[in-house]
Write a protein that binds this ligand. Structure first.
Ligand code: ADP
Ligand code: TYD
Length: 208
């Protein structure tokens, strides 16, 4: 089983992904937790190029191809073999991030992105995607509270993140069977319960 978490920066994806991993491990499930971009030695190197604030000259196409290269490596080196071994794979972001950040956000051609996405994923798609939705205002509030340094992607403006958020809402409408939209302003535990209820229902009963 393959599950991904999506949302704008600071929406609580990693918090929730980690809680889900812990819950599954407590039930003796074999789980693998990965983040994008990253998750393999090569993908982590690509991540550094993508997020480095010094790389302001990076073109939008180069950005698109680097995110996709990182993913292509992750899918063939780690995700595919894990799924073949019946390991539950949980990712903090996946291909939907490219659709909304490079597509809706940067404004790159939708059809072109679709083609590159299918090359990078080789058709491997999450069975469930939890989109944790917060407003752009909330994203800034959380960023300020955390005093964390902004990376190259986070230097984008409000309009960019607004388009990204709307992009996620559109995707969720297009694929209601895969997406679960969750209001990210709820308490951490409440969100975890919603996610757990959904995942628990998907687990094969024989090995519960
Ligand atoms: P992401 O992985 O989406 O960037 P994180 O899980 O790192 O987000 O969370 C970003 C910040 O918001 C962290 O400080 C985290 O503790 C906080 N946070 C996460 N979930 C919630 C929530 N439901 N309500 C309030 N704050 C939250
Ligand atoms: P990261 O710190 O991992 O994410 P978060 O801030 O959500 O914890 O940073 C990854 C950044 O890269 C984030 O701003 C989203 C962006 N991104 C894309 O633009 N396209 C993609 O395909 C992926 C996977 C991420």
């Amino acid at each position: 089983m393959f599950i991904s978490f999506e949302g704008i920066d600071g929406s609580g994806k990693s918090t929730q992904a980690k809680l889900l991993v812990k819950k599954l491990e407590e039930g003796n499930r074999n789980v693998l937790f990965l983040r994008e971009p990253g998750g393999t030695e090569i993908s982590e190197q690509i991540r550094n190029i993508l997020l480095n604030k010094k790389n302001l000259k990076m073109t939008q196409i180069a950005e698109l191809l680097l995110f996709s290269a990182s993913r292509a490596q992750l899918v063939s080196e780690v995700i595919k073999p894990a799924l073949l071994n019946n390991i539950v794979v949980i990712t903090d972001r996946f291909v939907d991030s490219t659709t909304v950040y490079q597509g809706h956000g940067r404004g790159l051609h939708h059809g072109g992105i679709k083609g590159i996405n299918s090359i990078a994923t080789m058709g491997v798609m999450p069975k469930k995607t939890f989109f944790i939705d917060i407003t752009v205002q909330e994203m800034y509030a959380r960023r300020q509270a955390n005093h964390q340094e902004t990376d190259r992607m986070e230097m984008s403006n409000d309009e960019f993140f607004e388009r990204v958020r709307q992009g996620y809402l559109e995707l969720a409408k297009e694929e209601p069977g895969r997406f679960v939209v969750i209001d990210g302003k709820q308490p951490i535990e409440a969100i975890h319960e919603i996610i757990w209820k959904e995942v628990d229902g998907m687990l094969p009963t024989h090995s519960k």
